[in-house]
Design a protein around this ligand. Structure first.
Ligand SMILES: C[S@@+](CC[C@H](N)C(=O)[O-])C[C@H]1O[C@@H](n2cnc3c(N)ncnc32)[C@H](O)[C@@H]1O
Length: 473
């Protein structure tokens, strides 16, 4: 079949909507074209880069008419950093697009003909909504167009910031980011100056030399507690310097409640150390949802948008309409945060989670909250539930099953196991509408029906969308 367009052909198109993932969708003579970095109702000129059977991809070359949804992005790194790609679109329209994407995905992938959905819940904060940021040190600094064009010469190649999308070797030096907090930016800039002047080199993956690797911040939005975690290679001299850095930070920013030094001796570029030294403070921060305290240490998983997560947990509690006779399974339970939140309302929580450290954190969280009706089982869900009948005999049949899988969704064999558990209700929490739709299709081919669908925006200015679905038998 002949391709609809020639490669490199220039076309004009009006963007109709944003597809899941953020690309703009346009049609020319009924044929679909996907274009990145555009907004709905923009008229653009674009160059065809890829021809597929059912659609083509094109690169934006010129905006011919602006979109009524366009706003000036707040961040100077917009378009380079890749973190908040929708920051140039008014927030209400971001919400509209996400609501429509969830609905269309449920229809197209899930095969549901008419889905009634609640109106998407906005994030309580649209800037400074994250509780964690991970910055990289690099001597491979990415120069912005502004820096290249300015006559000012960049004196060094030093960068402390975020990776350029698709370029794991290049880091954009960042002075101000609107994701964590204003005060975290001050610490970021302080650490840059301190480390640059310290005489210790930046870690380079080529040759596995140098010291500084990552700077991780965790900030509890409900208590204000703040953790600085410096991840480095191993070096005795560096250890002394790190203590000095921690002291200077404590003096300059008394709100920092803990400083942790992680040493990563491995080549893999991850902000995780095999050894951890707590330089000051308790080595963790605490988030508080209602009367529940969550202890978050350097490597614990915790929902990144704290205020949004609390809202979502409340919704789960409301939809569960739990009572003290009920047994609830919290599958893909992580550090037990959902189970712990609803534990007072039910007879028993059974959490299942793969990562042993998360199970330890879940148990600690129960201890500090004086909760004793939660059990946590470590293991791969498919293996733990291999004999679903035997499992329910041991742990009681669940009235409600909460499922909160990673982006890849459930293992294809898991829905069958969930059905064998025979709950009355399922509450599925998803961060990926496509795998959600795929899994719901299987669950609804058996005894379950979708009762409510609630999209929640946990990640403003990004293409991601969280969805909570209530299913009943
Ligand atoms: C999206 S997180 C949800 C965490 C938790 N529900 C929360 O809100 O904090 C998904 C979790 O599933 C866990 N996981 C991934 N694959 C798993 C598997 N095959 N069996 C059990 N847990 C798994 C991950 O370690 C992670 O903690």
């Amino acid at each position: 079949m002949q391709a609809k367009f020639k490669r490199n052909e220039i076309v004009e198109a009006t963007i109709e909507s944003l597809a899941f993932g953020g690309s703009g969708v346009a049609h020319i003579d009924g044929f679909t074209i996907l274009i990145k970095g555009v907004l709905p109702l923009q008229k653009v000129e674009a160059q065809i880069t890829r021809n597929k059977k059912n659609y083509a991809e094109a690169r934006l070359t010129k905006i011919l008419f602006h979109s009524p949804f366009e706003v000036t992005p707040r961040c100077e790194y917009f378009g380079t950093c890749g973190g908040c790609r929708l920051q140039n679109m008014i927030y209400e329209e971001q919400l509209n697009q996400k609501q429509r994407q969830v609905k269309e995905t449920l229809i197209h992938i899930g095969g549901f003909s008419d889905i009634e959905m609640e109106e998407i819940l906005p994030s309580p904060e649209t800037f400074f909504y994250r509780n964690k940021m991970e910055y990289s040190f690099s001597d491979q600094r990415w120069l912005t167009n502004k820096e290249i064009q300015s006559s000012q010469i960049i004196k060094n190649n030093y960068a402390l910031g975020l990776h350029i999308p698709g370029r794991y070797d290049k880091v954009l030096d960042i002075n101000q980011c609107f994701l964590l907090s204003e005060r975290s930016n001050e610490i970021l800039n302080f650490v840059r100056t301190f480390t640059r002047d310290s005489g210790m080199r930046l870690y380079a993956s080529k040759g596995h030399t140098g010291f500084y690797r990552f700077l991780v911040f965790r900030e509890a939005k409900t208590t204000g507690q703040f953790m600085v975690n410096l991840v480095t290679a191993e070096n005795h001299e560096g250890e002394k310097l790190t203590v000095e850095l921690a002291g200077s930070l404590k003096e300059t920013f008394p709100f920092i409640t803990t400083f942790v030094h992680n040493v990563n001796r491995k080549k893999a570029q991850i902000a995780f150390g095999e050894t951890e030294r707590i330089i000051f403070g308790p080595g963790y921060i605490e988030e508080k949802f209602g009367d529940k305290i969550y202890r978050i240490s350097t490597n614990s998983f915790f929902q990144t948008n704290s205020l949004g997560a609390e809202k979502m947990f409340q919704l789960i509690k409301e939809w569960g309409a739990f009572d003290k006779r009920q047994v609830v399974y919290d599958l893909y339970g992580g550090t037990g945060s959902i189970g712990i939140f609803i534990s007072d309302a039910v007879k028993k929580i059974v959490g299942i989670e793969l990562v042993p450290q998360a199970i330890e954190d879940a148990k600690t969280n129960c201890l500090i909250n004086d909760i004793n009706n939660c059990e946590f089982i470590q293991g791969d869900l498919l293996k733990v539930l291999r004999d679903a009948g035997g499992f329910v005999k041991q742990y009681e049949t669940p009235d409600v099953v909460i499922i909160d899988p990673p982006r890849s969704g459930m293992h294809p064999k898991l829905p069958e196991k969930i059905i064998q558990l025979n709950p009355t209700k399922i509450i599925y929490v998803s961060c990926n509408p496509a795998t959600l739709a795929r899994d719901l299709k299987v669950l609804c081919e058996s005894a379950f029906r979708i009762k409510r669908v609630q999209p929640i925006d946990m990640f403003p200015h990004t293409a991601h969308c969280e969805t909570v679905v209530l299913l009943e038998r």
